[in-house]
Design a protein around this ligand. Structure first.
Ligand code: FDP
Length: 360
């Protein structure tokens, strides 16, 4: 009888992979144990804890009373608040209590920034976050996300207006998202590439899955809510007509941007949430959705624009500002942009003709 072939097990690399936790990864990236590096590692660990708590809650949501559905309140954006939005918002606040790290948090669910007074004498950071992205998916057991960004707090914000947050996306120290899908993943960047971690429930740890993710230059996916077709600008409608009649494109839209962006990060393509007649600035919030995702996608070699400007160049005027968003693979974003530019140029020529009374 033939002897069974022995495959040597490479314990060293298997263990190395299993042991790369998020906090260790942050320190490895910074190659330092300085106070700043320790802070960033601790910040990411707390965000990971929030992700674990929310993930656990979501996995049991269908088994518990009073977890799903609406609270009956309307948030600052005029949207009906879901019970899970409130839960997830509070989780982020509570994981940062007595951390000495984050003095102030700002989220979609709170009109004004929330202060944790005991942290403020030494807490140098602000956390901006969308606790539950894709709210329409909450009650139907579909993928959801959380989006986060960390910025340095500048000054003491004596008037409580958080004006120091009204700055460019390049002021973000770290950004990322947590995806609650078949497995829970955390994807982050501290400006040194994009890295993904998967929650191992048996260890209760996020373990490194992929380092230095690179977004393909082009992908077949376009991800947009086509129900808004008649509300878009003609340039966006033209782009969509183009992908409809061109071979090689396929539509994917889940209702949770984090899931759609994750697909694009891995496989390439473009996600769009353009302005509509009802919402000329679109739906996506700049400070805790567009800017963190733009930071991440640019770090992975992609692009994010409003249509006329890079997202990272937009200076916010207010905390809950919205922006149109076109984000993903460089070539695909450039294609959408070319439709917008062509349309703007044609419009300009038309206006000049009209002013000069030249027949159209
Ligand atoms: P939400 O339902 O939580 O507000 O962040 C905005 C967002 O989620 C995205 O996650 C999602 O892609 C989009 O809104 C869905 O909005 P539409 O139903 O208008 O397509």
């Amino acid at each position: 009888m033939a002897e069974a072939v022995q495959h040597p097990i490479d314990y060293e690399s298997a263990l190395g992979r299993d042991c790369t936790t998020l906090s260790r990864h942050v320190l490895q990236q910074l190659q330092s144990f300085s106070a700043d590096a320790q802070d960033l590692s601790a910040l990411m660990s707390r965000i990971a804890l929030a992700g674990k708590l929310i993930s656990r809650h979501l996995s049991r949501a269908g088994l518990m009373e009073g977890v799903l559905g609406f609270t009956g309140d309307v948030n600052v954006q005029g949207e009906s608040v879901k019970k899970l939005d409130v839960y997830a918002n509070d989780v982020f606040i509570s994981v940062f209590k007595q951390s000495g790290l984050v003095c102030r948090l700002a989220s979609e669910e709170m009109e004004k920034p929330y202060y944790i007074p005991e942290n403020c004498p030494i807490g140098r950071y602000t956390l901006l976050y969308d606790p539950i992205d894709g709210s329409s998916n909450t009650d139907i057991n579909m993928s959801l996300g959380s989006i986060f960004a960390i910025r340095q707090q500048e000054g003491n914000d004596l008037d409580g207006e958080a004006k120091d947050l009204l700055q460019l996306g390049s002021k973000q120290i770290a950004a990322g998202y947590i995806l609650y899908g078949p497995s829970t993943m955390l994807v982050y960047s501290i400006g040194k590439g994009v890295h993904s971690f998967t929650l191992d429930p048996s260890l209760g740890e996020f373990i490194l899955s992929e380092e230095n993710i690179q977004l393909p230059q082009h992908g077949s996916v376009y991800s947009v809510n086509e129900g808004n077709f008649w509300q878009w600008d003609e340039s966006i409608r033209e782009y969509i007509r183009y992908v409809h009649r061109t071979e090689g494109y396929t539509a994917r839209y889940s209702g949770a941007m984090v899931g759609d962006i994750h697909r694009i990060l891995v496989q390439g393509g473009v996600f769009l949430y353009p302005g509509t007649v009802k919402k000329p600035e679109g739906k996506i919030r700049l400070l805790y959705e567009s800017a963190p995702l733009a930071f991440l996608v640019e770090q992975a070699g992609g692009r994010a624009i409003t249509g006329t400007q890079d997202i990272m160049d937009v200076v916010p005027e207010k905390l809950h500002q919205r922006t149109p968003l076109i984000i993903g693979s460089k070539d695909d974003v450039a294609l959408v942009e070319s439709f917008i530019q062509r349309h703007a140029q044609a419009q300009e020529e038309k206006n000049i003709r009209a002013q000069a009374r030249i027949p159209q």
